[in-house]
Design a protein around this ligand. Structure first.
Ligand code: HSE
Length: 380
């Protein structure tokens, strides 16, 4: 199978290199930005790829929804398989790409978009067809896991740890999506789409670690807790709950042992029980390896991760409840019914009674709109 590559950044370069060594696969041309063609195997327009009948598949590693979506539709209309590592694209337009691929009998696979090297979506797809998946969950963002682990174990400052994660190629070009929780949220949206045939498109709750301070981490350690950014999705009536938020975990929880850029991608199935995959969720070769795996799956006949039944839904996060840890201005602590209350000057650190995910995220949004500096995390 001859494969063209769209984009020649961190992941695109990795795909190109791995294509040169993989069985069954052959390097095709690489689409680069105008003015960046410095080798005969690079091209500056998609048309050159579409017009080449020797190219069987296109691997996309450009990122962003456009022009990746238009390119993907054109690739499929030209009769070529379309494999992508782009979660923003699949979360926004995956259902349309999947429908066109199905109509044409082509592969539209996006395993590398959720968990990098981990064959998570592939396993979910197979589990969904043989069992009933009850819940998808875990650690699906490497940048934030790297930062949290560096702050906790190596006492690093947030900014220094983020710079390292960028230098190591884990973070997105603009790391806002990583640290705000959006990257992890998009991945759990994809997992819900594959596992439950429901792609939650709004009503989602998303909290990252961008408000975390070294003093917060010191307080977690004092309590014997470890912070991780976790995602969760499960069926709720005709829809799903789907959210990303920091969670404080006791030492016996498996998430505490997930270090550096590693991800822990988990699902619970009715008959098979709990399953978890642990591995590198970001970086050049882990992500490129995920794309190569999807290409190999296409060689073996793999075509779709989304079923024709998959529809967009509004998430319902009002039924899942947690106790929450908050660091907030003392004057706002009365808003909750704390089980625990510690004061340090004008700052309060509290642990609430169980509150729904939707209610807590809305309450904190309201406090921030009024100018308050608040960090919160669920208590595992
Ligand atoms: N920025 C992402 C992460 C890359 O840190 O997990 C992989 O999707």
């Amino acid at each position: 199978m001859k494969v063209a590559v769209l984009g020649f950044g961190v992941v695109g370069v990795g795909i190109w290199e791995m294509l040169g060594q993989a069985e069954n696969l052959e390097q095709g041309p690489v689409l680069v930005r105008p003015g960046k063609k410095d080798a005969p195997w690079k091209v500056e327009t998609l048309d050159e790829i579409l017009a080449d009948p020797s190219i069987d598949a296109v691997a996309e590693a450009m990122g962003g929804v456009e022009p990746a979506f238009s390119y993907g539709m054109r690739v499929l209309r030209a009769g070529k398989h379309f494999i992508t590592a782009n979660k923003a694209l699949v979360a926004a337009r995956g259902i349309e790409l999947s429908a066109l691929a199905r109509e044409r009998g082509l592969a539209f696979l996006f395993g590398a978009a959720c968990g990098g090297a981990l064959p998570y979506l592939q396993q979910l797809c197979l589990a969904h067809r043989g069992d009933r998946v009850l819940r998808v969950s875990g650690i699906l963002n490497s940048t934030t896991n790297y930062i949290l682990d560096a702050m906790q174990r190596r006492n690093m400052e947030y900014c220094d740890a983020l710079k390292d994660a960028q230098a190591l190629g884990y973070a997105e070009c603009d790391p806002t999506a990583d640290v705000s929780g959006l990257d992890a949220l998009r991945k759990i949206m994809l997992a819900c789409a594959v596992a439950f045939d429901r792609l939650p498109a709004d009503g989602l709750c998303c909290e990252g670690i961008d408000r975390l301070t070294a003093a917060d981490v010191t307080d977690f350690k004092r309590r014997g807790l470890t912070c991780r950014l976790l995602v969760s999705g499960e069926p709720v009536g005709d829809t799903v709950s789907a959210y990303a938020e920091p969670v404080l975990l006791p030492p016996d929880r498996e998430e505490c042992a997930v270090l550096d850029n590693f991800n822990l991608a988990r699902f619970d199935a009715e008959r098979m029980g709990r399953m978890a995959l642990l591995g590198q969720g970001a970086g050049r070769y882990p992500t490129a390896g995920g794309v190569i795996r999807d290409l190999q799956w296409a060689v073996l006949g793999g075509r779709q991760m989304l079923s024709p039944a998959c529809v967009k839904v509004t998430a319902d996060n009002s039924r899942v409840r947690h106790r929450y840890y908050l660091r907030l201005p003392r004057a706002l602590a009365d808003r909750f019914t704390p089980e625990e209350y510690v004061l340090c000057g004008d700052t309060a650190r509290i642990v609430t009674e169980p509150v729904s995910v939707a209610e807590m995220h809305a309450a904190v949004r309201e406090m921030r709109e009024a100018g308050a500096d608040v960090f919160f995390a669920a208590m595992a």
